[in-house]
Design a binder for this molecule. Structure first.
Ligand code: PLP
Length: 381
C-alpha cells in the first residue's frame, strides 16, 4: 500500500488532480490525535489501542505521539510492529489462544499481559511464561445486547469457568485480572454495565482481589449522521458502575478501543465505474476492499459525492443499489444507499469514518484494491 508524502488541505484538493480509479484513504492525523486525547483525558484508567483495527505505521506513530502507551496485540507480527514504532509501550497480548511458538516470541519481546479463556491455554502460559510481574487476565463472556455483532461467539469463558481460571492464575503467581469485550460499535453505554458487575461477582467467588479490569473495546465511531458517539457518557458509566460493583476493592481500569479511536480519522474515496442503465451504481471499491465490514455491521450514511473537479453533487437523494468492482455477486453494499441525483460516472463517492477494519482487511481480489493513504489536514470539503 502506498503512502504519499504530501500533506493536502482537504480531500477535494487531492481528488481534483487524481487521475485513475484506485481507491484512496484520506487520513487526518489531527483528528486521530484529538480522538486519542479524548480517550486519554476522559477514560478513568489506562488507554490501550487494539492494533488489529488499523495497523498502519502512521496510525501507531500518531497514537504514540498523542500519548497512547499501551497496545492490544494478537500476533508476533503486531508485537514486532509496536516494538519498532513505540518501543517502550506496554504490550497486552489479548488473543486467548496462542501456539507455543507464538508464546516464545511474546516472552522474548517482554509482553506485559496475556488474556486467557481456557484451562488448556492457561496451562501453556504457566509452563512457558515466568510469572514475576506479568499479568494474566481471564476473559469471560455474557450473552449481550447492544453490540453490532456478538464477540462472545469465539472467545470468553463462562462465569463459572472464569472463577476457576482466576483462582489458578493467582495461585500460579501471576498478577490476576479480568477482561471482557462487550462487542463492537456499542452505542449504548449499558453494554458495559452487566459485564462490570459480573466481573465483581467472579472476583468475589474466586476470592481473588483483581489488580485490573480491562473493559475491552467496543467504543462506537460516527457511522450515522444522527448518532454521534457518546464517549464521555460511556466513560462515566464505566467509572460509576466499577465503584458500585467493587467498592473498596476497585481495580485499576484498562480499555482497548480500536474502532472508537481510529475510525473517524479516515475517509475513503472510491470512484463510480458505471451507473448500469441508470440504476445500479458500480464503485471501484467494495466488500473485498476497504468496505469489507459494511455487510457485517451495517451501512454508513456519512457519504458524499463529488465531481471529478471536486465539487459537491446535489439534487434529490435517491436510493441506489451499490456494487463493488469484482465479479463476485456478494460484492454488494447492504441495503440501498441514498445518493444524489446529480451523480455521474467517474464521480467520487466518499465514505467518512472508515478507518477501522478497512485498510487492515483490504484484499487484491480480482485485481482491485490498490489502496493508498493520503494525508490531509481536514476530512471536510
Ligand atoms: C478487536 C478487539 C478490540 C477492539 O474492538 P473495537 O470494537 O474495534 O473497539 C478490543 N479488544 C479485543 C480483545 C479485540 O479482539
Amino acid at each position: 500500500m502506498g503512502l504519499s508524502k504530501t500533506i493536502w488541505t482537504q480531500p477535494s484538493e487531492f481528488l481534483r488532480i487524481h487521475d485513475g480509479d484506485a481507491p484512496v484513504m484520506f487520513f487526518a492525523p489531527g483528528i486521530l490525535q484529538a480522538t486519542a486525547r479524548r480517550f486519554l483525558d476522559g477514560f478513568p484508567g489506562l488507554v490501550t489501542y487494539a492494533v488489529k483495527s488499523n495497523p498502519a505505521d502512521v496510525v501507531i506513530e500518531n497514537l504514540a505521539a498523542a500519548g497512547v502507551r499501551g497496545y492490544d496485540v494478537a500476533s508476533p507480527e503486531e508485537i514486532r510492529l509496536i516494538r519498532r514504532i513505540a518501543p517502550d509501550a506496554a504490550l497486552h497480548y489479548n488473543n486467548p489462544v496462542r501456539s507455543r511458538a507464538e508464546i516464545e516470541v511474546a516472552v522474548e519481546m517482554g509482553v506485559d499481559s496475556y488474556s486467557v479463556d481456557s484451562h488448556s491455554e492457561l496451562a501453556k502460559l504457566i509452563a512457558m511464561v515466568p510469572a514475576a510481574g506479568k499479568e494474566i487476565t481471564v476473559r469471560f463472556k455474557l450473552p449481550v445486547k447492544g453490540a453490532a455483532y456478538d464477540f462472545g461467539a469465539k472467545f470468553g469463558a463462562t462465569v463459572e469457568k472464569a472463577v476457576a481460571l482466576l483462582g489458578e492464575v493467582a495461585a500460579a503467581g501471576f498478577i490476576p485480572s479480568l477482561t471482557f469485550h462487550p462487542g463492537t460499535q456499542c452505542t449504548d453505554p449499558q453494554a458495559w454495565d452487566a459485564y462490570i458487575r459480573t466481573a465483581a461477582q467472579i472476583a468475589a467467588a474466586a476470592d481473588v482481589r483483581i489488580a485490573r479490569l480491562n473493559v475491552g473495546g467496543g467504543f462506537p465511531s460516527h457511522r450515522l449522521n444522527d448518532v454521534a458517539p457518546q464517549l464521555e457518557a460511556i466513560f462515566a458509566l464505566i467509572d460509576r458502575v466499577t465503584d458500585e460493583a467493587f467498592g473498596s476493592a476497585r481495580p485499576a481500569l484498562v480499555c482497548e478501543p480500536g474502532r472508537g479511536l481510529v475510525a473517524d480519522a479516515f475517509t475513503l474515496a472510491t470512484r463510480v465505474r458505471g451507473i448500469r442503465d441508470g440504476e445500479h451504481v458500480f464503485l471501484t471499491d467494495g466488500v473485498y476492499g476497504a468496505l469489507a465490514e459494511l455487510p457485517l455491521i451495517g451501512a454508513i450514511d456519512r457519504v458524499e459525492v463529488r465531481s471529478p473537479t471536486g465539487a459537491l453533487r446535489g439534487g434529490a437523494l435517491l436510493p441506489r443499489i451499490v456494487f463493488g468492482p469484482t465479479c463476485d455477486s456478494v460484492d454488494r453494499l447492504p441495503g440501498e444507499l441514498l445518493l444524489p441525483a446529480e451523480m455521474e460516472e467517474d464521480d467520487f463517492v466518499l465514505f467518512h469514518g472508515l478507518g477501522a477494519y478497512s485498510v487492515a482487511t483490504n484484499t487484491r481480489f480480482n485485481g482491485f484494491g490498490d489502496l493508498s493513504i493520503v494525508t490531509t489536514l481536514s476530512l471536510r470539503g
